[in-house]
Design a protein. Structure first.
Length: 464
């Protein structure tokens, strides 16, 4: 008897196309616990940057010329040419008094402009715009390190401490949510981040330290080569060692650029250390380069669309608040510092609303066009705090999405390279009494699949 034809009832698209898993990132990123960790991390980073700008020596801060051209823009326009930037600074100083701006303020505005450029490039389907935005973002980091290395060092250490804790807690929460659909408390996430804070802080820095170390070895080789007569012969004989060191630097830099975002998720998923994170990222990025590129391209496109929607939502919200509140509040006049100035509508003087459609205004509007005094100035201070809080919440969505997307990408690459189930995540709350007993015939100690077994934790996949 012939078998009856079977009907295809459902297609699991996420199993056919693995990159679809990345599209879960936004839904996970907007959970309250992740947004809280991201928002607090952003707030502390912002306060640390402002304090550094306030106490930093004015003469060492970035310069701005009379036309509004700043030092960072000159550096980027010159393609990262440090000598040309120094020459521009020397010519500017010979022209008289130089305006200055804080390093953090300049980097913050550059980061915001870069993110907006990437979003516009994705929405306009412009690969050149995407590559240009990534290039300018990287050049901004290179400028800070090469032109203001001491500031970069201090701010980098502070940022690593802040994000080693809050970013680690966020990644731990995202790892259990993405892999096992489990929610953990704030205390559990922060406890894990506190225990692994050194590993979280060291993971992004370790490749840079190794690059510097290899560079120092090449420098020492150059000193030997400077010895008269025999130096160049000695270097010529051992030049293959220099090539090997250069190859190692190239691998580290490419791996750092491609897998930087996976350093925190590796530790959060495996309960491992910075060295394990570096080795895993290298194996996954170079073992599956096209998969890695596909996943990050999917995350970039999806993230840009989602962030554009969040910004549009915030823009409409703030415009609506200003419109309806202003119908009555603008009947009164604001206290102005210049008593002879024409009377200004109260809310318009305090806060200028964003344009609803089109225009070049930011999604949160603007402040400061009218100099206020007395109660109007205090009211502006309070309203500015709430409006900037909305900006911080939008930034928190972006940061949370970054960590959630990298966590999912790490789980996907680990499954493809190591054949480890996505549900296999280190769990530190299981004991021997609650662990699933081994099946008959299983080897003692369990199978030890994935990285969790190697790190000494308990890792049980969800069954069902």
């Amino acid at each position: 008897m012939a078998e009856a034809p079977q009907e295809l009832r459902r297609i699991h698209w996420s199993e056919c196309f693995n990159f679809i898993h990345v599209f879960r990132s936004f839904r996970q990123a907007i959970h309250v616990n992740k947004l809280v960790f991201a928002f607090v991390g952003i707030l502390l980073t912002y306060l640390a940057g402002r304090l550094l700008d306030f106490f930093w020596v004015a003469s060492s801060q970035p310069a701005i010329d009379a036309h509004g051209m700043n030092e960072l823009a000159v550096f980027i326009a010159g393609g990262g040419d440090r000598a040309a930037t120094l020459q521009w600074l020397e010519n500017l100083s010979q022209g008289g008094e130089v305006s200055r701006i804080g390093c953090f303020s300049l980097v913050l505005h550059h980061a915001m402009a870069t993110v907006n450029q990437l979003i516009d490039a994705v929405l306009n389907v412009s690969p050149a715009g995407v590559l240009g935005g990534i290039r300018e973002g990287l050049l901004g980091a290179v400028w800070l390190v090469s032109m203001h290395w001491l500031y970069a060092l201090l701010f980098g250490v502070i940022s690593l401490l802040i994000w080693g804790f809050f970013g680690g807690a966020l990644c731990r929460t995202a790892a259990l949510h993405a892999a096992r659909d489990e929610r953990i408390t704030y205390g559990e996430a922060m406890s894990f981040a506190c225990r692994k804070m050194l590993a979280f802080a060291a993971a992004p820095v370790l490749p840079i330290v190794m690059v510097v170390l290899f560079g120092v070895l090449l420098l020492l080789g150059g000193l030997i080569g400077a010895i008269p007569a025999i130096g160049e012969v000695f270097v010529g004989l051992l030049f293959f060692l220099a090539l090997l060191l250069g190859l190692a630097i190239a691998f580290l830099l490419i791996g750092l650029a491609a897998g930087f975002g996976m350093s925190f998720p590796t530790i959060a998923v495996e309960n491992s250390d910075a060295f394990d994170a570096l080795s895993r990222i290298g194996a996954y990025v170079f073992g599956r380069p096209w998969r890695t590129a596909l996943y990050y391209l999917s995350a970039l496109v999806h993230g840009a669309i989602c962030l554009a929607f969040v910004k549009l939502l915030a823009r409409i919200m703030l415009w609506s608040v200003h419109f309806f509140l202003g119908l009555s509040m603008n009947l009164g006049g604001a206290f102005q510092a210049d008593s002879d100035a024409p009377r200004a509508a109260k809310l318009d003087a305090i806060w200028q609303a964003p344009a609803l459609i089109g225009g070049d205004t930011t999604f949160y509007g603007s402040f400061g066009e009218t100099k206020l005094a007395h109660f109007s100035a205090f009211g502006q201070f309070l309203i500015k705090g709430w409006v900037y809080g909305v900006w911080g919440l939008v930034a928190a969505v972006a940061v949370s999405y970054f960590f959630c997307a990298n966590t999912i990408i790490y789980l996907l690459l680990r499954r493809e390279v190591d054949a480890t189930d996505m549900e296999d995540v280190y769990l530190d709350d299981l004991t021997d009494e609650t662990a699933t007993p081994p099946s008959p015939g299983a080897p003692p100690g369990g199978s030890g699949s994935g990285g969790a077994g190697a790190s000494g934790g308990t890792s049980l996949p969800v069954i069902g």
